[in-house]
Design a protein. Structure first.
Length: 423
């Protein structure tokens, strides 16, 4: 009798285990069979109010649908109320897995500062679908010239017969980045040409005088804001091969990401500017060269503008270059990182000592630009290096730039060419 009861109990236990195992397999199958939604775009993701700019977005499902399926589009974030979709409800037809739509800005909501919006699906059937990748949009307020700029330009035109107002506000641009490839990460192995478009906001620097005119690119300088943001993300929080690899032996990236709650799904604001661009006019003032290279050692700076120092009192370098394109970065994850460092957090301080931070400048613009540091031609290889040049031609109505640039994972410089159309 005891043997029978034991065998019966054992059989019940085995059946229970089998049922749990079966349930687990079914649950795993449910997760595997869930249809994933991916939002992607190949163009710029920055929109300027009043510019008429749009962003074309591609929706892709991991599996084709058996019957036509519609998704009602919506947006989240500070700029959500500014976002308009065409169409508002996008439909994936039966037997396919893709659909396209366009994002633009509404006219009824005016921003006073940059804001971010992320594309989402309203009332998503979470039993059947989940969103695995979205598109985050940077929305900029319309930029116009100020009364001070107008007054300065009027005086300058009276003295030199040149209309500086043609420089101020939002200027349209077109350009390319010739990328050499050769990186270690899969995102950067292949050479490619990246198109630049959109607008930059350009304004008079307050330090300008009639003898020394200085301008600032206060939004999307060189049309590269989205490219820089995308490259930075791929080098850090989207890099599952190295930086963001979830492995107990991987020191650096995972510790920083956990410390400041920073990952590929956190909503961050990324902004670039170039300040202090000095114009050197020709004698007839019809043309001018533009200086936009920052010279001097590149340190991590505290909120007072002083370099952070290591345990031996030596300044901590952000990059080892001493002349670079004058991009300045504002990034919310770095704000949190900086707060930890200033507050004395030992992990943040240790990581900074190893050059691991959420500061975009530690990953972008790695080599000096006034001299060719890659020296590929000496090894018989193709070099894209060029001397940085900036020229304004007021009669032709153009402002053109050409310069080298690199980031932390490429072989050689990229060559950037940008042309602005003056107003």
């Amino acid at each position: 009798m005891k043997s029978y009861k034991f065998l019966a109990s054992a059989a019940s236990l085995l059946m229970a285990v089998a049922m749990v195992s079966c349930d687990k397999e079914n649950n795993d199958d449910d997760k595997i069979l869930s249809n994933h939604v991916y939002f992607t775009t190949e163009g710029p993701t920055t929109l300027v109010q009043g510019s008429g700019m749009t962003v074309d977005v591609h929706l892709t499902l991991s599996q084709a649908v058996a019957e036509a399926t519609s998704f009602e589009l919506t947006a989240s974030g500070e700029a959500a109320d500014c976002i308009a979709f065409d169409p508002e409800t996008v439909t994936v037809t039966a037997g396919t897995n893709t659909a396209d739509f366009t994002v633009s800005l509404t006219d009824n909501v005016k921003l006073t500062k940059e804001a971010v919006a992320a594309i989402e699906i309203k009332n998503l059937n979470e039993d059947a679908f989940d969103v695995r990748a979205t598109v985050r949009l940077s929305v900029l307020p319309a930029a116009q010239y100020s009364e001070e700029e107008a007054s300065f330009a009027q005086a300058f035109q009276a003295a030199n017969d040149v209309d500086l107002l043609s420089l101020f506000g939002d200027l349209t641009l077109a350009g390319t980045i010739e990328f050499p490839g050769g990186g270690n990460l899969s995102s950067f192995t292949e050479p490619t040409t990246i198109n630049l478009s959109g607008t930059s906001s350009i304004h008079l620097n307050p330090a300008s005088t009639m003898e020394r005119v200085i301008i600032d690119m206060t939004a999307n300088p060189m049309g590269m804001n989205d490219y820089l943001h995308d490259s930075f993300r791929k080098l850090t929080i989207e890099d599952k091969e190295f930086f963001a690899l979830d492995d107990e032996d991987n020191f650096g990236g995972p510790q920083l990401m956990n410390l400041i709650n920073w990952n590929e799904n956190t909503n961050e604001t990324f902004k670039t500017t170039i300040s202090g661009m000095v114009l050197d006019f020709a004698p007839d003032h019809k043309t001018a060269t533009v200086s936009f290279v920052t010279e001097g050692e590149n340190f991590y700076l505290n909120p007072e503008g002083e370099p952070f120092v290591d345990s031996e009192g030596e300044p901590i370098y952000m990059t080892w270059n001493d002349n670079r394109i004058g991009f300045e970065y504002s990034y919310t994850a770095w704000d949190r990182n900086l707060e930890k460092i200033v507050g004395g957090d030992p992990t943040a301080i240790e990581l900074l000592g190893y050059g691991i931070s959420a500061h975009p400048g530690a990953w972008l613009g790695m080599s000096s630009v006034l001299d060719d540091e890659w020296l590929l031609e000496e090894d018989g290889e193709v070099s894209l290096y060029c001397q940085p040049t900036g020229v304004i031609d007021f009669e032709a109505g153009t402002m053109t730039f050409e310069f080298p640039f690199d980031h932390a994972d490429q072989y050689g410089y990229s060559r950037v060419k940008v042309t602005y159309k003056l107003k």
